[in-house]
Ligand binder design. Structure first.
Ligand SMILES: [Zn+2]
Length: 496
């Protein structure tokens, strides 16, 4: 029995590992070996990059591509989580990315689901911004891929399904942007066949021979990705790894030596769960490429520090308060080092769906109107362009109301409130009930910011004149929420 359970667990976990990439191919970046890198690696006197140098900050512009009708956009929260992941992946190599400008919203069906590079290239040419890394988030990409780096446009596409806080597709594509080829360079578009003899080279054109890297790495400077600290790899289709992050597939080099591919490298086609690093030589090439080719991209600005991890506090509306459904204001206390806030509003306390999403530069936002008579939950995520990793606040809640002109709960039950303009000295107002049904009535008095101040109940008032106690209320506008099991009313009173 124990054994059967173990086998079941193993099966489930391997299905989970595989499920990420069964729908999409990892990458559709062309297999052309990067010219800059070829020259850099061919130079025996190439400068060695210093270890432990300063962090290089590069600008990242995100273009969110949706359908023409404006739907389909990847949620901003997920964009931030993905950028946070990208920065975690690059942190050991002293390369960091900051969000440059606002997220650029593009609504075009043909780009949202583009399946050829011509359309992708047109999209990039139309929208890309200068001196920044341009990433386009779409629904589909050519070759059913998770993403690609377009060499001549020098921009990146990642599809929504392959973004997210646990994915490494963006890291892989930025690796291409930073000059890196695939670890299986030369095998793009070819499928390794274990039953066939492995060739010594892929092709010869003029004086250039595209060699197959051998398992012992003896030809590493002129074969595969030409990095000597990334071992041979022939796997050009998405693959899963074993507990040592190596390919399940055993490959045979041209001399008949068996080896497995290293799945921990971001530039391989292993699935996300295997990937965790760049090699030292890849790191050195990326830094040299930034210095030699992208020096004018490096930000000279002093980066803003991490957003304070202190808990945030809400100012308005009051917790569980009552809020007029029109022109709703949300306000919170500013948090040190936060320059922006992402505001989510949902009908669900766990934010299963996010009904409204806003980015705010200050600590207050007027969100306009929300549907009436509903409980809404809201939360705020503070961030700055360098730190998108701080979490959300605890959720707050409020209920929307509409001040009604009618004075009836339903056709059998009416009431009249008077006066509604009240002198400060008055201690009570009249509630003239005309109820045909036996109903208990609860009246809550709310301040204009939504704070509940008083509650009074009336057991089966029927047809009677009652008094609502209001002593202690200062000048201002107040809301009376009259609740019964047959319906509710909200009325306004003003104390002068
Ligand atoms: Zn790639």
């Amino acid at each position: 029995m124990k054994q059967r359970i173990l086998i079941l667990i193993l099966m489930v976990s391997s299905v989970r590992l595989w499920s990420q990439d069964t729908d999409h191919n990892p990458c559709a970046t062309s297999g052309d070996y990067p010219e800059w890198l070829a020259a850099f690696l061919a130079n025996p006197d190439r400068p060695k990059s210093r270890s432990g140098g300063d962090i290089v900050y590069l600008p990242m512009t995100v273009h969110s591509v949706g359908k023409t009708d404006g739907t389909g956009h990847y949620p901003k929260l997920r964009i931030f989580e993905s950028l946070c992941r990208l920065n975690e992946d690059f942190a050991p190599y002293n390369i960091q990315f900051y969000l440059k400008g606002d997220i650029n919203i593009i609504n075009r069906d043909i780009y949202y689901e583009h399946d050829d590079f011509g359309e992708g290239s047109r999209m990039m040419r139309t929208y890309k911004k200068p001196l920044t890394i341009n990433t386009f988030i779409t629904s589909e990409a050519p070759s059913n891929a998770c993403g690609y780096w377009h060499q001549s446009e020098d921009a990146i596409v990642v599809i929504k399904n392959c973004m997210g806080g646990s994915g490494h597709t963006w890291t892989h594509e930025v690796g291409h942007w930073l000059s890196l080829p695939h670890t299986f360079s030369g095998w793009e578009g070819k499928t390794y066949d274990a039953t066939a003899e492995t060739p010594l080279y892929h092709s010869i054109s003029g004086r250039d021979t595209n060699f197959v890297e051998n398992a012992l790495g003896k030809n590493c400077t002129k074969a595969g990705d030409r990095f000597c600290d990334t071992p041979a790899d022939y796997l050009s289709l998405g693959w899963s790894c074993n507990g040592s992050f190596q390919s399940l597939q055993v490959q045979k080099d041209p001399f008949g030596i068996d080896f497995r591919s290293d799945g921990s490298n971001f530039m391989s086609y292993s699935i996300d769960a295997c990937q965790s690093k760049f090699s030292d030589d890849q790191n050195e090439a990326m830094h040299a490429y930034i210095n030699q080719s992208k020096g004018n991209y490096i930000s000279k600005d002093i980066p803003i520090g991490k957003v304070s991890p202190d808990p945030m506090t809400f100012v308005q509306p009051e917790e569980n308060g009552l809020v007029n459904y029109q022109g709703i204001n949300l306000q919170w206390n500013h948090l040190p080092n936060a320059t922006h806030y992402l505001v989510n509003i949902s009908k669900f306390s766990f934010f299963v769906t996010i009904d409204y999403e806003f980015i705010v530069k200050g600590n207050v936002i007027n969100i306009g109107d929300l549907p009436v008579d509903k409980k809404w939950y809201w939360r705020v995520k503070p961030y700055n362009p360098y730190d998108l990793c701080q979490g959300f606040t605890e959720a707050g809640a409020f209920t929307t109301y509409d001040i009604t002109a009618v004075d009836e709960i339903n056709e059998n039950n009416h009431l009249e409130i008077y006066p509604t303009l009240i002198q400060n000295s008055q201690s009570a107002i009249n509630i003239d009930f005309d109820f045909s049904d036996l109903l208990n009535v609860q009246i809550d008095v709310f301040s204009s910011t939504g704070q509940m101040l008083k509650r009074q109940t009336f057991a089966n008032p029927g047809r009677s004149l009652q008094q609502l106690e209001i002593s202690g209320l200062t000048s201002g506008i107040y809301l009376l929420k009259i609740s019964t099991e047959r319906g509710n009313l909200v009325k306004r009173i003003t104390i002068q």
